[in-house]
Design a protein around this ligand. Structure first.
Ligand SMILES: [Mg+2]
Length: 242
């Protein structure tokens, strides 16, 4: 990896630039501004563009959302920057089938006690399978599987149940289930094709590169990848690029 070839710095958000679902700090915002003078900056998120834009305090950056289902740019305006959603793809979901698959999975894995709904079906066509149910207390969710061991053990069985989807170990106690072909690497490929870029011209920063992680496909590809195991360490890497 030659740093001279890098044109685009691409980022995951949660766990890479911020603590999980926490706002971008003013310090990091300042560092990104300086990096933006030398490189094109790109967010590659699992969440929606709107969520990412808000979490980043309206920072002006191009955003790939929902694993490539969405794409947005930011118009710099006073008093507030404005998000322009340029792509917002949706995929039809067979709701009955999704619910019956979730229930079959619960029986198979012994997840039969849950609160609220058995599966969450999002407008985009993405699904969330919350092991403890949609309405479980947040403390129970947070303490369920903090190191992801439990979910990695059953990962292959969840994958088998949803063959038209890519499955991620997401949140604290759930699986994110995303319709094919959407995935971060797929989204980066689209971006590269549209901009006439090669993978080598991107440097990607992500924390979730293990089995079932939402950065895993990028990590396993030929896109240069900087692993971030603690979002508090990322300024060290930024300083080398400035
Ligand atoms: Mg992450």
């Amino acid at each position: 990896m030659s740093p001279h070839a890098t044109k685009v710095l691409a980022f995951d958000l949660d766990g890479t630039l911020t603590q999980h679902k926490s706002p971008l700090s003013p310090e990091y915002s300042g560092l990104l501004c300086r990096l933006g003078e030398k490189y094109t900056l790109l967010m590659v998120g699992a969440g929606s563009c709107v969520r990412i834009f808000k979490q980043m305090k309206r920072f002006p950056i191009t955003i790939i959302g929902n694993y490539g289902m969405q794409y947005a740019t930011v118009k710099e305006e006073t008093p507030h920057n404005r998000l322009i959603l340029e792509r917002d793809n949706r995929v039809e979901v067979d709701k009955e089938l999704a619910v019956s698959r979730a229930d079959a999975l619960r029986r198979k894995l012994g997840y039969t006690s849950y609160q609220g709904d058995t599966i969450e079906i999002h407008e985009s066509g993405m699904l969330t399978f919350p092991i403890l149910g949609t309405e479980a207390p947040i403390q129970d969710k947070l303490s369920y599987d903090p190191d992801r061991t439990k979910r990695r053990e059953v990962y292959a069985q969840v994958v088998d149940m949803f063959p038209e989807y890519k499955v991620y170990v997401g949140g604290s106690s759930s699986f994110d289930i995303v319709p094919h072909p959407y995935a971060k690497l797929y989204a980066l490929d689209l971006y590269c094709r549209a901009g006439g870029l090669t993978h080598e011209e991107i440097l990607y920063f992500g924390d979730d590169y293990g089995l079932g992680g939402n950065d895993e496909d990028v990590y396993l590809s030929d896109v240069p990848f900087q692993c971030i195991d603690d979002y508090r360490t990322i300024p060290e890497y930024f300083k080398k690029l400035l």
